[in-house]
Design a protein around this ligand. Structure first.
Ligand code: SAH
Length: 610
């Protein structure tokens, strides 16, 4: 047993030990190397009652593994990492790597100790608790034009705080920048915000007040930065490293991995930039197979992206030269590839450096915000998908209708900014969500059922440009929630039709109902009836009745999965439209649908099996 465990511990990323926790601890103790290297370990008792995340809860993935094991074995996952039990984002579970002492800083977060937050640029991070306070911008300073030294920790102007209410004027949309225009900036300096808030941006471009000291000495600090900064002595500091840097590399044929890696490292180090913020190496297509460059990308754990020589040649750079022009057909590889990889809004921050056979240059990308469009299901908490819950806790900004926010408020991390509005403000909500994501935040736009079905996804994505990441999380839509209650009404082809003529002229709606009637589709009506819209449902039913018998089954489901849920299976002739309101869906069967033991069933084939 001892040697099996030792071998597995050395070879595997994760272990599940079917052993008592005590026995596991005794076996593992001599094998422990460190948090960064050890695998995640879960122990499961003989009766499969508990799956204990014993080792490597976050970094080793043991918390997730305990949950996964429990789904299979029916055991209860036992998670003891503190941040998971009290709803604080674990710093080592952030979407980006970190530098610095995680454990004491996490402890401070848990204890509610004040923590200073410095953000160079707004990256889409989860909410931090309210005890984490963004340091205010420094007094307006003239642009010195000098890079600040890595030793000068400076609060930066114009950085959007995380987890704090900001006036909406700070989210003005960035203007598009002409593509591929190089703008060099000193690397280890304040990063200009995207050119959004005119006026304020000048101050934010300042490279900082030379020699400015942090406002509070000692204590705790979190920096979201790609810069290597030395905090004041005695301050417990964790650096969150956003994927903001791209390194352009060039190399003569046969250049070695060690030379490329060494040049990239020294280039970053001289510029005071953090290796963990490098998100890609970039080069010319002709070097896509250059072993030293490929191996260097692998060593940094980042993708190698390549560009056509013509595209690189068309990119203006500060230091073109004749050698690469002759060799690969572009006067710049490293600088041009870095600029292209940084894409619109990026800028060159370190000009070309050379070693014997390699070149490197560094560009900084503009952050991409994140918009998750999250369906919350029909109402019941256990019909909210785990992925939806994860996205709600991944976001620092929630946008939605007030009644939906109420549905999930308890799931949000403390410090999450909630932007709720009342019925009818759809366009404004969509715009707000997109603007917040464009400003770099992690936003969840929520809606009931599926957020893409008669809901917010369309107006939001109609607004969104390709400068943000969009993630859709499907939800259980009302038609499906209702169908499960009615029986199996959707066993064959079916459509959903909204009877709201607020945005759609009635003749279009009626044409669709008629087409569904003629093609014998099962129909689910959303928005079937409100106080001001009473005649549409009877009219739609009469159109269906032209092609279906009065005995066609009809299901009426009010408030599916909510406390006031009401389910009725009736027929076209028997339906009392007075029982239908705006929180109801009405599903009308096709000519083959039947009522079987009180349930509505549509056969899968064209005929009932005998
Ligand atoms: N995005 C939502 C639909 C929004 S349109 C979804 O995917 O479910 C609003 C209409 O959906 C309501 O008028 C009603 O017809 C229907 N609806 C929403 N939730 C419902 C529920 N819990 N029970 C019954 N109908 C519901």
């Amino acid at each position: 047993m001892r040697s099996v465990v030792a071998t597995a511990f050395a070879e595997c990323d994760q272990l599940v030990l079917f052993l008592a926790t005590g026995a596991a601890v005794r076996l593992l103790a001599p094998l422990l190397r460190g948090k960064a290297e050890d695998p995640g370990v879960v122990t499961v008792d003989e009766a499969h009652r508990h799956a204990v995340a014993l080792l490597g809860g976050h970094g080793g993935g043991a918390n997730d593994l305990a949950a996964a094991v429990s789904r299979v074995l029916g055991s209860a996952p036992v998670i003891t990492t503190a941040t998971d039990s009290v709803g604080t984002p674990a710093l080592d579970a952030l979407p980006y790597p970190t530098d610095g002492p995680l454990a004491p800083l996490t402890r401070a977060l848990l204890d509610g100790a004040p923590v200073r937050l410095h953000t160079d640029q707004t990256w889409p991070l989860p909410a931090f608790p309210l005890t984490v306070v963004s340091t205010p911008p420094p007094p307006a300073a003239a642009d010195s034009g000098e890079p600040s030294s890595p030793e000068d920790p400076q609060p930066l102007a114009g950085q959007a705080p995380i987890g704090q209410e900001q006036p909406s004027t700070r989210h003005a949309e960035p203007q598009a920048q002409a593509p591929h225009q190089p703008r060099t900036a000193p690397p280890n300096t304040a990063i200009p915000r995207p050119p959004d808030a005119a006026g304020a941006s000048e101050g934010s471009r300042a490279t900082g007040v030379a020699g400015a000291a942090p406002q509070v000495l000692g204590g705790y600090a979190v920096w979201v930065t790609d810069r290597v900064i030395r905090e004041a002595q005695g301050t417990v500091t964790v650096f969150v490293r956003p994927p903001s840097l791209v390194v352009g590399v060039g190399g003569s044929r046969g250049v070695g991995r060690a030379e490329v890696v060494g040049l990239v490292r020294s280039t970053l180090a001289e510029a005071g930039l953090a290796e963990k913020s490098v998100s890609a190496l970039a080069t010319v297509d002709a070097k896509a197979g250059e072993e030293g460059i490929v191996a260097a990308a692998a060593e940094f754990g980042v993708p190698l992206v390549t560009y056509a020589a013509a595209d690189l040649a068309g990119t203006a750079v500060p230091n073109p030269s004749a050698a690469p022009l002759a060799a690969v057909g572009t006067p710049s590889v490293a600088e041009a590839a870095a600029i292209l990889a940084a894409a619109d809004g990026g800028q060159l921050v370190v000009e070309k450096r050379k070693s014997a056979m390699a070149t490197a240059a560094v560009a900084r990308r503009r952050p991409r915000g994140r918009l998750a469009v999250v369906g919350l299901g029909p109402g019941a908490r256990d019909l909210v998908t785990p992925r939806a819950v994860a996205e709600l806790r991944r976001a620092s900004v929630i946008v939605g209708l007030d009644q939906y926010v109420d549905q999930i408020r308890d799931l949000l991390l403390p410090g999450t900014r909630v932007l709720e509005s009342g019925l009818g403000a759809e366009e404004e909500r969509a715009r707000t969500a997109v603007a917040e994501a464009r400003a770099g935040h992690a936003v969840a736009l929520i809606g009931s059922g599926d957020a893409g079905v008669y809901a917010m996804a369309s107006p939001a994505l109609a607004e969104a440009a390709d400068d943000i990441d969009v993630i859709g999380v499907p939800g259980v839509t009302a038609a499906l929630a209702a169908a499960a209650l009615l029986g199996a009404p959707l066993g064959h082809d079916h459509v959903s039709i909204s009877l709201s003529d607020l945005h759609t002229p009635w003749d279009v709606i009626e044409r669709r109902v008629r087409a569904a009637a003629e093609s014998d589709l099962v129909v689910t009506f959303y928005n079937p009836r409100s106080r001001g819209r009473a005649w549409q449902l009877p009219k739609a039913l009469s159109v269906l009745a032209e092609h279906r018998t009065p005995l066609t089954p009809v299901g009426v489901v009010h408030a599916a999965s909510r406390p006031d849920e009401r389910v009725e299976v009736t027929t076209l002739a028997g339906l009392d439209v007075g029982t239908v309101d705006m929180v109801t869906v009405v599903t009308v069967g096709n000519t083959a649908s039947r009522i079987v033991s009180g349930r509505m069933v549509t056969p899968r084939g064209y005929r009932w099996q005998s």
